[in-house]
Design a protein around this ligand. Structure first.
Ligand SMILES: Cc1cc2nc3c(=O)[nH]c(=O)nc-3n(C[C@H](O)[C@H](O)[C@H](O)COP(=O)(O)OP(=O)(O)OC[C@H]3O[C@@H](n4cnc5c(N)ncnc54)[C@H](O)[C@@H]3O)c2cc1C
Length: 502
């Protein structure tokens, strides 16, 4: 940072500020990956990771409900640069351990500041800098940082609180209502009647994890979801281990195999959706037997892959149901009562504890208030540039991973992109990069960020109005297609007119 810039930053904030070439927002799997890529690919670039919470991990630090685990395999959810050596589906504790090793092996801890919540950021085109206000949790102090580039690794939902719909009569319920995102440490569910509202991966995890101790646990869903039950092991990885192959090789080979299998599956889900649907249902029937009403409870109305499909290790959810400790109700809630839930069918579910596994509140920019040259940023007024930058927003890269493939695949790809972009700016002596629609894009029709016909989970549908718009050309879309982006992103040109360098 040159002297006038520094003076400007100081006078503007009215206090001493710290400067870094890049500020990484968040120490989840994306932010820690970002720090690794910066250090590895851009030596000499100064950076800091600012994290609001007490430790690293993001999602895997926040969520503490029983059984918390990944729903995709760790060969692809893990980073490409660090081998995953355990069973593919991992607990939060295992993921945190893995991330801790990445931090330690690469000496990243010195770059991370915990309990540092970014509250606001202002861009100045005079200085080509972001000035960032950060609340320090330890003493409540408001700190000022300046940076040339913001790397937004804040995830996609608000960590402080999950999404709970309001049902009539909730206030009359005499038991406890718990959201999995804010799990109380003192919750004793031994011998209790528990109802879990929801049908996604969280509900499918929490039900078998609690089934042993509860009196009974009911999964209450409005509509069914697809699940893939299976052994939590990868045959190829096991064979390669028996052959004493190096773990780094195993990681790469198994990643490639899983990604190839997923590409085939995704294509089939689109092109032969009925056949794929029947295969998935067959997997469930194999656990629940011919007399179980799979049609009612486990046959979704949408085609496979419109929402993420959760893997159920060892079929534990279905084993819980078969044992009689767990059951499923597919119905709608009429209202809460003192003793539980009255369903639209007229049936009552008695409960001591009700768990609302009803999802998240979308929070695309970490609740940070942004101003650009004095004008408040409304993300919904922008158009997404390849799902990672926004029109009119300079020097900001946003990590939104894949929803169907593992999130981290994209975090790694964007790490490469960021490094390439920073090097390009250094080589060309430019200080500002701003996505802009080209003349030929002026009459391009703009639509929502995500086509609901492609992918439509509840949190996204509730929050689409908070997200940037997309166009009908690949440059202006977040395709959610890893298999395309793995080729296009590394080669995305800087001179296609979509990015203005100054
Ligand atoms: C229970 C659960 C299971 C999941 N399982 C999978 C899975 O198996 N596979 C998969 O691909 N995806 C999964 N996901 C999606 C998952 O969220 C992502 O894959 C991934 O963990 C997101 O990582 P992230 O670092 O981008 O964001 P997060 O994990 O959300 O971390 C973001 C971090 O940024 C911090 N932050 C946010 N705003 C600010 C601010 N203003 N100032 C400072 N810090 C800030 C947050 O405190 C947080 O620590 C799962 C999600 C959940 C909730």
């Amino acid at each position: 940072m040159n002297a006038p810039d520094k003076a400007f930053a100081q006078s503007r904030a009215g206090q001493e500020s710290e400067h870094f070439d890049v500020i990484v927002v968040g120490a989840g799997i994306s932010g820690i990956g970002g720090a690794y890529h910066l250090q590895d690919q851009c030596p000499g670039t100064s950076f800091v990771v600012l994290e609001a919470l007490d430790s690293y991990g993001g999602t895997w630090w926040t969520h503490r409900y029983p059984g918390i685990r990944s729903d995709s395999d760790l060969h692809t959810f893990g980073y490409r640069f660090k081998a995953w050596t355990s069973a593919p589906i991992a607990t939060a504790a295992e993921i945190l351990k893995y991330m801790g090793e990445v931090i330690e092996e690469n000496d990243l801890a010195r770059h991370i500041r915990y309990r540092h919540r970014i509250e606001s950021a202002q861009w100045s085109s005079q200085t080509n800098l972001w000035t960032v206000q950060v609340r320090r949790g330890d003493d409540g102090a408001l700190l000022t940082f300046t940076t040339g580039f913001l790397w937004m690794c804040q995830g996609y939902y608000r960590h402080s609180k999950g999404y709970t719909p309001q049902w009539p009569g909730m206030e009359t319920f005499k038991g406890r209502i718990v959201h999995p995102q804010t799990w109380p440490e003192d919750l004793d569910y031994t011998g209790k009647q528990v109802v879990v509202i929801g049908s996604g991966a969280t509900a499918a995890t929490v039900v078998p994890a609690m089934a042993q101790k509860v009196g009974h646990i009911t999964l209450l869903q409005r509509s069914p979801t697809y699940f893939i039950p299976g052994r939590n092991a990868d045959d190829l990885a096991e064979t390669l281990r028996q052959l004493d192959i190096d773990e780094n090789w195993i990681h790469e080979i198994v990643r490639r195999k899983i990604l190839r299998d997923q590409a085939v599956f995704t294509k089939r889900a689109r092109e032969e959706s009925e056949t794929v649907k029947q295969e998935l249902l067959k997997g469930v029937r194999a656990f629940l037997g011919p007399d179980y009403d799979v049609d009612k409870h486990f046959t979704p109305s949408y085609r496979p892959w419109r929402q993420r499909i959760a893997f159920v290790p060892g079929g534990d959810l279905f084993l819980g149901i078969r044992s009689g400790k767990a059951s499923v109700e597919t119905d709608e809630i009429e209202r809460f009562t003192e003793k539980g839930i009255l369903l639209k069918s007229g049936k009552t579910l008695e409960a001591d504890i009700i768990i609302t596994a009803t999802g998240f509140d979308l929070c695309p920019l970490g609740d940070i208030v942004f101003d650009i040259d004095g004008k408040r940023l409304n993300l919904a007024d922008t158009v997404t540039y390849r799902g990672m930058m926004f029109t009119g927003v300079p020097n900001m890269l946003w990590v939104m991973g894949y929803f169907r493939a593992s999130w981290t695949l994209r975090a790694d790809l964007l790490g490469d992109y960021m490094a390439r972009l920073l090097k390009h700016m250094k080589a060309t002596g430019t200080q500002r990069v701003t996505p802009q629609l080209r003349p030929e894009d002026s009459d391009m029709p703009l639509g929502p960020w995500m086509d609901p016909d492609n992918f439509n989970p509840g949190y996204l549908m509730r929050g689409q109005h908070l997200l940037p718009r997309s166009g009908n050309k690949p440059e202006w879309q977040h395709t959610q297609d890893y298999w395309m982006e793995k080729d296009t992103l590394p080669n995305a040109p800087f001179d296609d007119g979509c990015l203005r360098f100054e």
